[in-house]
Design a protein around this ligand. Structure first.
Ligand code: COA
Length: 374
């Protein structure tokens, strides 16, 4: 039986709980974290300030930020057993599966034994997620066991250093900072809701984040940035993009990186990441992907009134920073763990197990038929 679509399908528009962490499509440019506009934060803050804001509800003082950074830096070393597990995960695995397994394994090696420890485990995940991804990647693709310590002060620089094994440019660090800020938090999106459902059972924080990573993996959610890369790199130039996009729309294909479940006319994160995509493309003097992306944007608006979401220009930005496409969504994880963890804290602070009801659309009541009479 095919379930009938109802107005509540996908819980769209339903208030499923309260949060003081974020508003989407309500005030300012359309996205705020703890009252601060995303445009303001992306232009002025560091990712760690934003992660601190989400974790503790206020921006840090200089001393608090220094201590926070120090705590994160001190937790970068992966346990040996985790490195062994990462080595056992096949090279063919999707990096998001590596992140999901890495997070889960971390929860067995350094478990959250008491909710009173939650803040140190949030710091642990912020510190170790870049190392988990980079260690697995270098072991399988370059045959090296890298150190997950680096001279990178910020998470953005640390991640880029681990990935490229060299000092990144200031432009790349700044672009990564902005990207991590844009991806940090987004109210009751699918993965955050998954984290909150898990948290509402009073499970540990690693289980909640593992559930969230598995949810973010799908192409309708975080995986859209990888799918957007596949799309734009399949076009030769802007004219080719327009022609092929029109054919895709005629076939009613879904165009990845466009549209949003809440925003109706634009995604406030797009204007920020688009600008970084432009800057990075200009720096390498190759505007092809940017021009293709812009043409896609024009065609999608003209034909369907659909706009690029946060993922679309992330594709060209990351690609021109030399980041392999498969690693795009794991970066989202390195950032969004700050939002997920903040929601876990919030859920725990005022918890009731999340257990909605379903509208039944199945068969009417009937008697059991013995197997030999069917
Ligand atoms: N390409 C083509 N058509 C799209 C589309 C896209 N990217 N996004 C939405 N549409 C269409 C829908 O199919 C729907 O058409 P229909 O009424 O004929 O079925 C219509 O536009 C309205 O869809 P809407 O209700 O706005 O979307 P949603 O809330 O069901 O889904 C997304 C939201 C994000 C899942 C959806 O836009 C999508 O799949 N986008 C591509 C994946 C993506 O970029 N995800 C990352 C989100 S940050």
């Amino acid at each position: 039986m095919v379930a009938k679509s109802t107005s509540t399908a996908g819980l769209r528009g339903q208030i499923a709980g309260e949060t003081s962490l974020c508003t989407v499509g309500v005030t300012g440019s359309g996205l705020t974290y703890c009252g601060y506009d995303i445009a303001d934060l992306a232009a002025n803050a560091s990712f760690e300030e934003v992660a601190y804001l989400l974790q503790f509800g206020e921006l840090p003082t200089q001393k608090q930020l220094t201590d926070y950074l120090q705590a994160i830096t001190a937790h970068r070393q992966l346990p040996e057993a985790l490195c062994e597990i990462l080595e056992r995960i096949p090279k063919s695995a999707h990096p998001m599966d590596v992140m999901r397994t890495g997070c889960s394994a971390l929860g067995t090696l350094e478990p959250e034994n008491d909710f009173a420890e939650q803040d140190q485990h949030i710091i642990n995940m912020l510190a170790k997620f870049p190392g988990i991804m980079a260690y697995w990647y270098h072991f399988h693709f370059h045959g090296t066991r890298i150190s997950t310590l680096s001279e990178g002060r910020s998470i953005a620089e640390h991640w880029l250093r681990l990935l490229t094994q060299k000092a990144p440019s200031e432009l790349h660090i700044q672009a990564m900072q902005a990207s991590l800020i844009l991806y940090a938090e987004h109210e009751f999106n699918a993965s955050t809701f998954a984290a909150r459902v898990a948290a509402s059972t009073l499970t540990d924080i690693y289980s909640s984040v593992t559930a969230a990573i598995g949810t973010l993996r799908g192409p309708l959610h975080g995986g859209a940035n990888e799918a957007a890369m596949a799309l734009i790199s399949s076009f030769k130039d802007a004219d080719d993009a327009e022609q092929k996009l029109m054919a895709m729309l005629a076939r009613k294909d879904k165009i990845m990186g466009f549209g949003h479940a809440v925003y109706r006319t634009s995604d406030p994160r797009n204007v920020v990441i688009k600008e970084w995509s432009r800057k990075i493309s200009e720096q390498i003097e190759d505007m092809t992907l940017f021009d293709i992306s812009e043409r896609c944007e024009q065609v999608m608006w003209r034909e369907k009134e659909l706009f690029p979401n946060a993922d679309f220009y992330h594709a060209s930005t990351y690609h021109h920073m030399g980041i392999p496409t498969d690693l795009f969504t794991p970066i989202f994880v390195m950032s969004r763990v700050s939002g997920w963890a903040a929601h876990v804290k919030e859920q725990r602070a005022n918890n009731r197990i999340i257990r909605p009801s379903a509208g039944y659309v199945g068969a009417d009541a009937r008697d059991y038929i013995p197997i030999n009479q069917r």
